[in-house]
Write a protein that binds this ligand. Structure first.
Ligand SMILES: [Zn+2]
Length: 292
């Protein structure tokens, strides 16, 4: 769904000075995950910039002057919504750009949303279920085709090929998770990024260390999580490369569970985690390695 911003008196969404990107659709995304999807779908018809650098937390990200420059000249914005990256909308308003904003997770057909960290919110991490990743890519293709109808045939062909690869990836995830004994398909995570993944692939998340990034748990909450880990015999606590590990290390010491601190979800990382497909494969390999 494309949402045109009605506010602000800035320049209409015409391409800005773009150097070697002349004639391409200028796309600005929040996460490098969505940027990778846009590149796969748009091929050489798009020039994509993602705002959140490797290693920083998308939930609490502070925009920079360079981000404002990228935002000012974009033809299309691609974000997740549902509270993951809502800071982008304020940035777009300050830049006065009226280009369309695609919110990938909002009103995604057929998806039942899971609860977020506070009442009346929804968990935003839909793309960690690869079938939702396919829906994200399809939405990006539709938005790109609307941004430049002359590129529509190219984009449709790339989008079809990409959806086919993601569908194979989804099947691969199921096969790999099936190799974990059923009783061991449970884990604890630093922040609540995998509930859609767990729902899709038949795993149980026994608990999360922080309710939301930037919010430290109380001593009582930590003690309750430790009790739950001991009671359920969880083998591993997973954390993500962009978050500090002191808390999960402490929980691991008190429970004997193992820490695996290099999952990726909100953003891409170092080689080999440089694409959405590689990120999913990487995480599945870490989960299977620690739980099997
Ligand atoms: Zn997250």
């Amino acid at each position: 769904m494309l949402v045109a911003l009605a506010a602000c008196g800035g320049a209409p969404g015409s391409p800005g000075p773009s150097g070697g990107d002349e004639g391409r659709i200028q796309v600005v995304t929040t996460s490098s995950v969505f940027a990778d999807m846009a590149r796969n779908v748009g091929g050489d018809r798009v020039a994509v910039t993602s705002l959140v650098p490797k290693g920083l937390d998308i939930h609490t990200y502070q925009v920079t002057p360079a981000d404002l420059r990228a935002v000012a000249t974009a033809d299309l914005f691609v974000m997740n919504g549902l509270g993951l990256d809502d800071w982008l909308e304020k940035t777009i308003r300050s830049a006065g750009n009226r280009a369309p904003i695609l919110k990938l997770a909002v009103d995604l057909p057929g998806v039942v949303l899971l609860p977020g960290d506070t009442p009346d919110t929804q968990n935003p991490h839909l793309w960690m279920d690869v079938s939702n990743g396919i829906a994200y890519a399809t939405r990006i293709a539709t938005a790109l085709e609307a941004a430049d109808p002359t590129a529509a045939a190219d984009i449709a062909a790339s989008a079809d090929a990409y959806a086919k690869r993601l569908s194979d990836l989804d099947a691969w995830v199921r096969d790999r998770i099936a190799t974990i004994p059923e009783a061991d398909r449970r884990f604890v995570l630093f922040h609540d990024a995998l509930p859609y993944f767990a729902r899709a692939y038949g795993l149980t998340i026994v608990g999360v260390a922080v309710e939301a990034p930037g919010q430290d748990p109380s001593a009582g909450e930590i003690a309750a999580l430790i009790d739950r880990i001991k009671a359920t015999g969880v083998k591993a606590i997973f954390s993500e490369a962009q978050f500090p590990t002191a808390l999960v290390d402490q929980i691991a010491r008190e429970t004997g569970a193992r820490v695996v601190a290099n999952l990726y979800d909100d953003t891409l990382g170092d080689d080999p985690v440089t694409s959405y497909e590689a990120l999913i494969r990487w995480d599945v390999d870490q989960l299977v390695g620690a739980l099997r």
